[in-house]
Design a protein around this ligand. Structure first.
Ligand code: PLP
Length: 380
């Protein structure tokens, strides 16, 4: 079998062995329902609280402000719809950006189409950054929620979260941030940053798929989106995914402990990649903010090359990468994020997103760039 080089960590990551080992007993002998009265159930309830504490410690918030969900998509839905519907008497206006993940964009679209809300989609500049003055102008007496992602999944740009949080608080507006890409890369103190609600997903930081968490501040008025047996303090019913919850707890603890080294490693791989490509391949365009950027993200347009064909060629030599977000990569449409930062559609179709992770090496980057040189030449 061919040796696989994986450069798509923004799409998902492989589960860490230390995480899997901690989960195993909860997939086997510790199978009890956490809501039951006998030992093997009650022990699971305690284990869930340990995991909740680990997630709360990472965000520096209260234990009771963490709700476990099935992932980033559900957290985004729960928070945005739960806040919108609970506060509709106060106002019907939501502000977000044009570069959000589909889990946020389509949730806002749903609220607009079916629930009578008005949504402002903010532009971003050529680096993918929100203009704070434009944000301030968009706030009106009807505004109840601002939802702006912490860091973008396609181009890696990190927003001025603290300034946005302060502004939201000044106007008495809730501030949600989709931090799915930020967790494990950026140390987040939700109180200091003025964040009212935050979404995360374990499989983006070496945890299992199908488990996520929503941080929702005690000060936020929100309503559940799912009715049932009152689990998660009646905010997210459904029998707890105990193994998944143990997994996200362990994964976030490891991510916090290793954050600095992880950052350094990814950043140096990314800079080496950028430098190697700039040296060997002409007519490229690097997308996203070079300063305020996720350490592992490298998004480059190779002008004149079809992004889809490039991915197929890379796959033939065992390289996993992406042309944009995994969710829209199946379609041939140019990325909505690249269009929003002003990349013409024809050039946006030539983009390649490389996202580095724990197991990547300098030798991997050499292999990648060596193949890119040949593939770009062939497809141009
Ligand atoms: C992956 C991702 C999501 C969706 O998370 P899932 O757990 O896969 O549902 C949401 N937002 C961003 C920014 C993401 O990168």
């Amino acid at each position: 079998m061919q040796n696989i080089r994986y450069f798509d960590h923004a799409a998902t990551t492989a589960i860490d062995n230390r995480v899997l080992n901690e989960m195993m007993p909860y997939l086997t002998e510790n199978f009890g329902n956490a809501s039951s009265m006998y030992g093997i159930g009650k022990n699971n309830k305690e284990a869930i609280q340990v995991a909740r504490t680990r997630v709360a410690n990472a965000l520096k918030c209260n234990l009771n402000e963490i709700y476990f969900t099935s992932g980033g998509t559900e957290s985004d839905n729960l928070i945005i719809k739960g806040i919108a519907i609970a506060n509709r008497r106060r106002g019907n206006h939501i502000i977000t950006t044009k570069i959000e993940h589909p889990a946020v964009l389509n949730t806002c679209d749903f609220l607009e189409k079916y629930m009578g809300f008005r949504v402002t989609y903010l532009n971003v500049d050529s680096q993918g950054r929100v203009d704070l003055k434009e944000l301030e102008r968009a706030i009106n007496r009807q505004t109840i929620l601002i939802s702006i992602m912490f860091a973008n999944n396609e181009i890696g740009t990190i927003q001025e979260i603290q300034a946005i949080g302060r502004m939201a608080n000044r106007y008495g507006v809730y501030f949600h941030t989709d931090a799915v890409q930020a967790i494990g890369n950026i140390d987040i103190d939700v109180k200091k940053l003025g964040i009212s609600a935050l979404s995360m997903s374990a499989h983006k930081f070496y945890g299992p798929k199908g488990i996520g968490a929503a941080y929702i501040s005690d000060n936020v008025n929100f309503i559940r989106m799912q009715d049932g047996g009152h689990q998660e303090r009646d905010k997210r019913s459904g029998t707890e995914n105990v193994a998944g919850i143990i997994g996200i707890g362990k994964a976030i603890e490891i991510a916090q402990n290793e954050l600095e080294d992880y950052n350094k490693k990814l950043k140096s791989l990314r800079e080496y990649y950028f430098a190697s490509v700039e040296k060997t391949i002409p007519f490229i365009r690097i997308n996203g903010d070079l300063e305020n950027r996720l350490p592992g993200n490298a998004n480059i347009c190779f002008k004149g090359v079809d992004g889809g064909k490039m991915l197929q060629e890379l796959d033939k030599v065992g390289i996993c990468a992406s042309s944009g977000s995994a969710c829209s990569a199946g379609l041939l449409n140019p990325s909505h994020v690249l269009l929003a930062i002003g990349v013409p559609a024809s050039i946006a179709r030539s983009s390649l997103r490389i996202t580095f992770g724990r197991e990547n090496t300098v030798e991997d980057v050499d292999y990648l760039v060596g193949n890119l040189v040949k593939i770009v030449k062939k497809l141009r």
